[in-house]
Design a protein around this ligand. Structure first.
Ligand code: FMN
Length: 371
């Protein structure tokens, strides 16, 4: 019964994300970031390098296809399509929450198919923070989740906002940080703490770093809103109060730009993935210039993956890599590491927010990039 509900919810999420407008109305803040154009870039566009090392693994570009699905027959085709594209291009792939397969092992194939078609890609398993609290997932189950996909890392998704609005939500987050700390001691793959739309603050990043996570995926406001997804589910189920709640919290959280900077400035050991509304290669360049190590992208790949169209998925990723290279060329950055050194100007709402939070944004503008 419980498993049927989990499986049905997975399909609801895919359908709603495909058919409805579930993007936040608030922006990521990338429009507040400007590069200082270099009229003499001293480089050759044809030789710009986007290869990067993330979590000790070689990537052709610092891109992760963010966790989307699993646990439903439809998900098998989606994950196969994304896996082939990830393997062929050389980017990472996150699988959706694996809770459904823990409840029903017959569903394991909908996740494990990814490793079959992406033997060399960096694959990230996925579990939810509330399941660490209610005891459904402990070290044994977490290890099973990783084994299922021969995973390189495990994402623990933080989705307090979604759980608060979901009719069947698990909204008990008491003790999550202790549970993450314990799991980090017990697992031998890196743990990535991953938001699902509301961003990570500097205070949260501090706690996560102390708890021993190796990575933080900030998923901030500006892209897919899971509050919005739950509004449509509440509407379908005639749940007026939840629909009203989800509408009110549609844009809740830290926008992607400010969350990225908050996390960069409050951690020293973790690798940082910027995500939430990343839609082109210039957004990627800006996120990396702000200090992110990599980026995540989900919803633009859902439709082509749902159609099983590997070439279309690859085309989206190849286009954004070409755009990233163009932004690198015009700032004089020949390699991804250079992007972290080029000057950028932060203005508008992002500047206001970060300044009020005590972060000195002038240092981004004063950087002197020497090759
Ligand atoms: C259909 C769909 C299902 C998702 N399921 C999960 C999930 O199971 N676990 C998770 O951590 N994130 C999940 N996400 C969130 C994405 O990983 C990503 O963080 C989010 O969509 C933001 O990226 P975007 O703005 O590029 O879509 C899902 C997103 C979509 C669109």
């Amino acid at each position: 019964m419980k498993n049927q509900a989990t499986v049905a919810r997975k399909l609801d999420h895919i359908k709603i994300c495909l058919d409805k407008d579930v993007q936040t109305k608030k922006s990521t803040g990338f429009e507040d970031i400007d590069f200082v154009h270099s009229a003499l870039p001293e480089s050759d566009l044809a030789n710009i390098k986007t290869n990067s090392k993330l979590f000790g693994h070689e990537f052709a570009a610092p891109i992760f296809i963010s966790a989307m699905t699993g646990g439903h027959p439809v998900a098998e085709k989606i994950n196969k399509t994304l896996a082939i594209a990830a393997q062929e291009i050389g980017v990472g792939l996150g699988l959706g929450s694996q809770r459904a397969a823990l409840e029903n092992p017959q569903l394991e194939i909908t996740y494990s198919i990814a490793r079959k078609y992406a033997p060399d890609a960096f694959l990230i398993g996925n579990i939810g923070a509330p399941q660490l609290v209610d005891g459904t997932i402990r070290a044994k189950e977490a290890k099973k989740v990783i084994e299922m996909i021969d995973g390189n890392a495990l994402a623990i998704h933080l989705n307090a906002l979604q759980e608060a609005i979901q009719p069947e939500g698990d909204s008990n987050y008491l003790g999550v940080i202790q549970a993450i700390n314990k799991l980090a001691d017990e697992l031998d793959v890196p743990i990535i703490a991953k938001e699902t739309g509301a961003g990570i603050s500097r205070e949260t990043a501090n706690l996560l770093e102390k708890a021993g996570v190796a990575g933080i995926d900030i998923q901030g406001v500006g892209g897919t809103s899971f509050s919005a997804v739950e509004v449509y589910r509440a509407e379908e189920q005639g749940l007026e109060r939840l629909k009203r709640l989800g509408t009110l919290f549609w844009d809740w959280g830290l926008p992607t730009v400010v969350s990225t900077v908050e996390v960069v400035h409050s951690t020293s050991q973790v690798e940082i993935i910027a995500s939430g509304g990343i839609r082109n290669g210039m957004d990627i360049a800006k996120a990396i210039a702000l200090g992110a190590d990599g980026i995540g992208i989900a919803s633009p790949l859902l439709e082509p993956a749902f159609s099983g169209d590997v070439e279309a998925v690859k085309s989206v990723i190849d286009s954004i890599i070409a755009e990233l290279k163009c932004a690198m060329f015009l700032t004089g950055a020949r390699a991804i590491e250079d992007l972290k050194k080029v000057p950028i100007i932060i203005s508008g709402n992002s500047a206001n927010w970060l300044t009020l939070r005590g972060i000195d944004i002038s240092m981004f503008a004063k950087r002197l990039f020497k090759k």
